[in-house]
Design a protein around this ligand. Structure first.
Ligand code: CTP
Ligand code: MG
Length: 231
């Protein structure tokens, strides 16, 4: 039976957040933001090991206490210039520090999604464990979508039918994901599924909900804190 591993890319700078401190370390419900993603993944008995990918020279990581996760957590200081690069570097480095095999599952989860619920995580594992390709948590688009022009005038309304917002975790087999990300070359994908799609494969959309938000802008922090405090 394949095992499940998790990998958290955490080598971004949080430019849209606009804080000097990379957003994964901003305080949220009394802990650095990334603590919450680590807690949910490390506490799952179904996950063998959680890798976290830091930017080389990250000094902030050592300023915090991660002993809650000892035994389950592997820190890799090999982040790259893009999220895809960080994930690929992390996957390669994971080989050197764990027993991860070609057919094992890897759940890639953003450090900036602190509100992932145990129920959503279990649902993803249950729905994809026997899948050929893998997939991701996602939510059907709820709002009406407008295409805007350069002067911020509506050009037209886009149909939202069949449109989904991609979340993480995104779950693929180790070797397939390494191959897919290696093939991307210069093309930047903002998620892992995009690289799998470029191989002509069709990741499965596993229904999630809006609580698993990505903290991107300053105003997202209060919302994330509210969700964390009222699970
Ligand atoms: N990430 C990474 N390496 C990069 C860029 C991003 O590991 N070179 C990680 C981030 O740390 C985050 C996840 O990928 O956990 C999702 O990226 P995003 O929300 O875009 O975070 P940032 O890139 O840090 O933010 P921004 O795009 O606003 O700069
Ligand atoms: Mg980014």
């Amino acid at each position: 039976m394949p095992n499940f591993f998790a990998l958290i890319p955490a080598a971004g700078s949080g430019s849209r957040m606009g804080d000097e401190l990379p957003k994964q370390y901003l305080s949220l419900a009394g802990k650095p933001m990334i603590y919450h993603a680590l807690r949910i993944l490390c506490s799952s008995s179904r996950i063998t090991c959680v890798f976290v990918v830091l930017a080389p020279g990250d000094e902030e990581w050592l300023r915090h206490d991660w002993s809650d996760f000892s035994g389950k957590l592997e820190v890799l200081e090999c982040g790259g210039a893009t999220r895809a690069e960080s994930v690929l570097n992390g996957l390669k480095a994971a080989r050197g520090v764990s027993s991860i095999g070609d057919d094992d599952w890897v759940l890639v989860h953003d450090a900036a999604r602190p509100c992932l619920a145990e129920m959503q995580l279990d649902k993803l594992l249950d729905e994809l464990a026997d899948d050929k390709v893998g997939g991701l948590l996602a939510v059907p688009v709820a709002d009406t979508l407008k295409r805007g022009d350069a002067s911020r005038r509506v050009e037209h309304t886009e149909s939202r039918e069949s449109l989904w917002q991609a979340q993480t975790p995104q779950m693929f087999r180790y070797q397939l994901l390494v191959e897919a990300l290696s093939m991307m070359g210069g093309v930047t994908m903002t998620d892992d599924a995009g690289a799998i799609e470029a191989l002509g494969l069709h990741p499965k959309l596993v229904l999630s909900d809006a609580r698993n938000l990505k903290v991107t802008y300053p105003q997202d922090l209060a919302l994330a804190e509210l969700i964390l405090r009222n699970p």
